[in-house]
Design a protein around this ligand. Structure first.
Ligand SMILES: C[S@@+](CC[C@H](N)C(=O)[O-])C[C@H]1O[C@@H](n2cnc3c(N)ncnc32)[C@H](O)[C@@H]1O
Ligand code: SF4
Length: 332
């Protein structure tokens, strides 16, 4: 039987608003506020009600693997409602984007248990910024005495050895002058698909940066040169963006469920990069009837409303970068 799809691509679940890294380009504010079992319980109780659906659920924002108990509870709920998931013909694509530094054997055991559920496809998107020098510069680690780049490399290998579906994601950072050599390094080192993400600039950065237009011009030239070199050297088969149409940002369009159960559009989260911006709440987990909500209310319209909040600050500049990147890849 053909499965239904939601009128959007992904549901994003936020596990925490905290993180163990402090990357130079990331503007997420770190606070020790985490998801509760109660919110996860309500979420999964609502989700099992959908009949004959493919569900894309991404554990996005901040660091979802900061505490194993959240993922353990998700496993408990998946098992508890296994009969309902299977009976209602629901298949879940569960994606975990993570900085990968906190993975360990206990996580692998837990992920293996999740993977063994036959209504689940589990995959990972591990962010890594090239070699050790670039990584340590761009993604500073709180505990500097630990060689976390080595840990990260080992953790990626551990996921691959355990047959998990892994892709790497990497930011084309504004401060980096040479992405191409770095991309070649990653391809040779890991031989895994790589998702390239152009930068989203915060309004703070845009305002403070002297001569922002010149910087952007230089950045776009750098992107163009990199993408050309990727094609000329036939490395495009390793780059996820080239193989099929993917949005420049992860996760894709859809609702984002915050740690306290408030629901936002993913784009309003995405673009509210400036800490002074307020996120645009559209719904709440207790009322969650996502399919009907988004059928009655066109998600594109809702997302457009949320754009207005930041529009005058960062949208035009970020959109010009994304459009440039997207056109280079997808236009003939
Ligand atoms: C916000 S993080 C959340 C997941 C996890 N903490 C991680 O870093 O993989 C998700 C992705 O966004 C990227 N990212 C962070 N700040 C960004 C920015 N200003 N522009 C583009 N991508 C950014 C990160 O490198 C990472 O690949
Ligand atoms: S690891 Fe992810 S959430 Fe944490 S600071 Fe870096 S980009 Fe932001």
């Amino acid at each position: 039987m053909k499965k239904n799809n939601f009128p959007f691509e992904h549901i994003t679940l936020i596990m925490t608003r905290d993180c163990n890294l402090k990357c130079e380009y990331c503007s997420l504010n770190h606070t020790k506020i985490n998801i509760t079992n109660e919110i996860l319980d309500i979420f999964f109780r609502k989700i099992i009600k959908y009949n004959n659906y493919n569900l894309n659920i991404t554990l996005f924002w901040w660091e979802p693997l900061l505490n194993k108990k959240w993922i353990e509870h998700i496993y408990v709920l998946l098992k508890k409602y296994m009969k309902e998931f299977i009976g209602n013909n629901i298949f879940i694509y569960l994606k975990i984007p993570s900085n990968g530094t906190l993975l360990n054997n206990d996580y692998i055991k837990l992920f293996n248990k999740i993977k063994s559920l036959n209504f689940i496809n589990l995959s990972f998107n591990i962010s890594i910024d090239w070699d050790k020098t670039t990584q340590l510069r761009q993604r500073n680690y709180a505990k500097k005495n630990l060689d976390y780049y080595e840990i990260l490399k080992e953790n990626i290998k551990m996921l691959v050895l355990n047959n998990f579906d892994v892709e790497l994601s990497t930011v084309l950072a504004f401060s980096n002058d040479n992405f191409f050599d770095d991309i070649v390094y990653l391809i040779k080192k890991f031989k895994l698909p790589i998702f390239l993400m152009p930068m989203q600039l915060t309004s703070g950065y845009i305002v403070e940066c002297e001569n922002i237009n010149n910087h952007i011009k230089k950045y776009l030239i750098n992107i163009e040169r990199t993408l050309k070199l990727i094609k000329i050297n036939k490395l495009d088969r390793f780059i996820i963006n080239f193989s099929s149409y993917v949005d420049v940002v992860t996760p894709s369009i859809g609702p984002t469920v915050d740690v306290n159960g408030d629901i936002y559009t993913t784009r309003s989260f995405m673009f509210s990069l400036d800490r002074s911006e307020k996120f645009f709440k559209i719904w709440n987990i207790k009322k969650m009837d996502l399919v009907n909500y988004f059928i009655d209310n066109d998600i594109k319209k809702i997302e457009f409303e949320s754009f207005k909040l930041f529009y005058w600050k960062t949208f035009l500049i970020n959109k010009s970068i994304w459009d440039f990147f997207t056109n280079l890849i997808y236009s003939k």
